[in-house]
Write a new protein. Structure first.
Length: 251
């Protein structure tokens, strides 16, 4: 197990004094390298279903991998994305692979393929930290390595978690996200039902997929319609997609 390299608060606070996004990226990279981590990736307002013109990304992930990830639409099945969208606690990549099947991740084989391809670019082990806060919708910061083990990342997690949030605070100054204050607050189950409805599933089929009754799936869909201010299922789907509230499901 690697020795922990403590981060001092002066270094972390200095991130907020960086005059430009490039300067901030360079400063983060220096801190990450001190921790012995090879790669990092920061992003806010990632496009779940639609393009997000205000998204902000920076980091040292291999650009070829980033292009491939978006080209093949891995964002639609990546369990890291769904976790960071819905939670505030970090997710170790080994746990993302071991997690039970999720609605946004219907085929574990595809997820394993994604992680296998990532490892070919040196992203073999890692951890991702969800980021939420004023001025942005949601985001994440991931850290990855060619050689660090899952146990190494467990040991480094306190420093990485702290670094992610200081980085997010510093980066918010350069983000142009405009998250509506009145964005409908759909529950996870409501978004799951809408996501499957967007794939053409009936209420009965949605119930079977989510292990709930048909009546319950209808209940969640009706609640979503009410929150979205529309009167039909297709209108609810269209509005949820336009707001980036549901994740594309690929069969």
């Amino acid at each position: 197990m690697r020795a922990r390299t403590p981060l001092d608060l002066k270094t972390l606070h200095s991130l907020c004094e960086c005059p430009s996004l490039d300067a901030l990226s360079d400063a983060i990279d220096r801190v990450v390298k001190r921790l012995g981590v090879d790669f990092w990736f920061y992003a806010v307002d990632l496009p779940l279903v639609t393009d997000a013109p205000n998204q902000l990304r920076m980091g040292t992930y291999p650009e070829e991998w980033v292009r491939h990830y978006f080209d093949v639409d891995y964002i639609g099945l990546d369990p890291i994305i769904s976790h960071c969208h819905d939670h505030s606690t970090p997710l170790a990549w080994r746990d993302a692979l071991a997690a039970p099947r999720r609605v946004v991740d219907p085929q574990l084989l595809k997820v394993r393929t994604m992680f296998g391809e990532a490892s070919e670019f040196g992203l073999r082990n890692g951890v991702s930290v969800p980021l939420h806060g004023p001025g942005t919708g949601w985001g994440l910061m991931s850290f990855a390595s060619r050689s660090l083990t899952a146990l190494d990342f467990d040991y480094l997690l306190p420093e990485l978690h702290l670094l992610a949030h200081f980085s997010h605070e510093a980066a918010r100054r350069f983000s142009y996200s405009k998250t509506p204050a009145d964005l409908p607050a759909l529950t996870k189950r409501e978004r799951e039902c809408l996501s499957w409805a967007a794939e053409g599933k009936t209420s009965w089929e949605i119930g079977q997929l989510l292990n709930i009754s048909e009546r319950t799936s209808i209940f969640h869909l009706q609640n979503a319609m009410q929150k979205l201010g529309v009167s039909g299922r297709q209108a609810a789907i269209a509005r949820a997609v336009s707001l980036g509230l549901i994740v594309s499901i690929r069969a």
